[in-house]
Design a protein around this ligand. Structure first.
Ligand code: GAL
Length: 417
């Protein structure tokens, strides 16, 4: 006879998964830094509490470039995971190739359309059917800063313009710190460039250049000016940026080696995991000149087609728990993002999250809400790759002029479109 406690656990699991069988699903993601791994683990535990098994398929590499390469090779060999972290237009690309399943059943039952912002939900649908579930909303255009380093450098408030930024950087350097922490990887270069472009050109210009891919915008004076400011930022970094991971750059701000970082709010997950308090130990503010803008980056989990009914049920259970109010609150606090459900109370979120939520709503009303190109929300993967190449080459080539880079950007985008 089985011991009583085993029977009790078995009964609890059977109840948790209802009629369907408990199943194992493999989940591909790239959440491997301290704060991210913590957040991913919450999801794993919740799924397992429902009786299913989460087979972890973590591929390290910020921004997910390596994860996407691995996903392609697994799909080509006919063995994709059941669930994969995929974003924006790339979800459509996978859907159109026939790889994704349909989770309308749970979306309809829980009335997702009622609480998800329409524009964001659209990215998770293929031909009008939910094939993926959104998890969060990250804001890209943030400036993070170590308060003590600022104080020691004689700076009271964070810079509001790029001129102020460069003046502050000089003071920080003189006080013996690195002004801007950065990791020299194409997606991080593109993250910083995107933020400079938003501030320099405004939301309409950003959309013309990075959503509509308008050749005139891509070669315009505003583009040239943005490229020049971006290149100038190199002088505010340390000489060892090459290949550095984003979370190592964040740790330079945390430890007080560097003063600031321009990065999406997953950086806050690192500050939080290190036990730092916003407003006291570190500051979060919109990057220079982007106060009324919000470059959004929504993480989603796409559901691949599965034959096994149990696995399909596990996918829907995962989707359901991701969008539960409880999970939205606990997960997003750890991840640094804000809930993708607009009806989750933020009372006990930190001030950066509250500011992010307000900025999101204001940008949505005021036209300042833009999809992040650097994070795969704006254009196809091939155009994004072409932009990354030009931006990174320009950033690392002391001899390339901003005018040449703008011309190259326009022709690379044309070739990739
Ligand atoms: C983004 C992703 C974030 C975070 C970041 C760094 O693309 O949306 O959730 O993981 O990369 O890896």
């Amino acid at each position: 006879m089985k011991p009583i406690h085993t029977l009790a656990v078995g009964a609890a699991l059977a109840a948790a998964v209802g009629q369907a069988n408990a199943a194992e699903i493999e989940v591909l993601h790239w959440w491997t830094s301290g704060g991210e791994a913590k957040a991913a683990n919450m999801l794993k535990q919740k799924l397992e509490a429902k009786g299913h098994t989460w087979k972890d398929f973590a591929v390290a590499g910020g921004g997910g470039d390596s994860a996407m390469t691995v996903l392609k090779s697994r799909a080509i060999s006919g063995n994709p995971p059941a669930v994969a972290q995929i974003k924006g237009p790339l979800i459509q690309e996978w859907g159109e190739m026939g790889f994704l399943g349909n989770i309308d059943e749970v979306a309809e039952k829980e009335n997702w359309n009622a609480f998800l912002p329409e524009r964001l939900a659209a990215d998770d649908k293929v031909d009008g059917h939910f094939a993926a579930v959104p998890v969060n909303i990250h804001r890209i255009n943030w400036l993070w800063a170590n308060t003590e380093v600022l104080e020691k450098s004689g700076i009271d408030t964070l810079p509001k313009t790029w001129d102020e930024f460069f003046a502050d950087a000089k003071k920080i350097r003189e006080a013996g710190f690195i002004p801007l922490a950065h990791g020299g990887q194409p997606w991080q270069d593109a993250t910083v460039f995107e933020v400079v472009l938003m501030g320099t050109g405004g939301a309409d210009f950003y959309r013309k250049a990075f959503v509509d891919l308008d050749p005139e915008a891509l070669t315009s004076d505003t583009m040239v000016e943005s490229l020049k400011t971006f290149k100038k930022l190199r002088g505010t970094m340390d000489p060892d940026i090459a290949g550095r991971d984003w979370n190592i750059a964040t740790s330079m701000v945390i430890s007080g080696k560097a003063a600031m970082q321009i990065m999406g709010d997953w950086a806050k997950g690192e500050f939080t995991a290190a036990g730092l308090e916003p407003g006291k130990d570190y500051l979060c503010e919109a990057a220079p000149m982007t106060e009324h803008m919000f470059s959004y980056n929504v993480d989603s989990f796409a559901m691949f087609q599965v034959d096994d009914e149990g696995q399909h049920q596990a996918q829907m259970d995962l989707a359901s728990l991701i969008l539960s109010k409880d999970f939205q609150a606990t997960f997003n606090k750890a991840k640094g993002s804000i809930p993708v459900r607009m009806d989750v109370p933020l009372d006990d979120f930190d001030p950066c999250a509250k500011a992010s939520h307000e900025a999101f709503l204001a940008a949505q009303d005021g036209g300042g809400l833009v999809p992040s190109l650097a994070h795969g929300m704006a254009v196809s993967a091939s155009v994004q790759g072409a932009v990354f190449d030009v931006i990174t080459n320009f950033f690392n080539d002391p001899d390339m002029s901003a005018e040449t880079a703008a011309e190259r950007l326009a022709s690379a985008v044309r070739a990739a479109s």
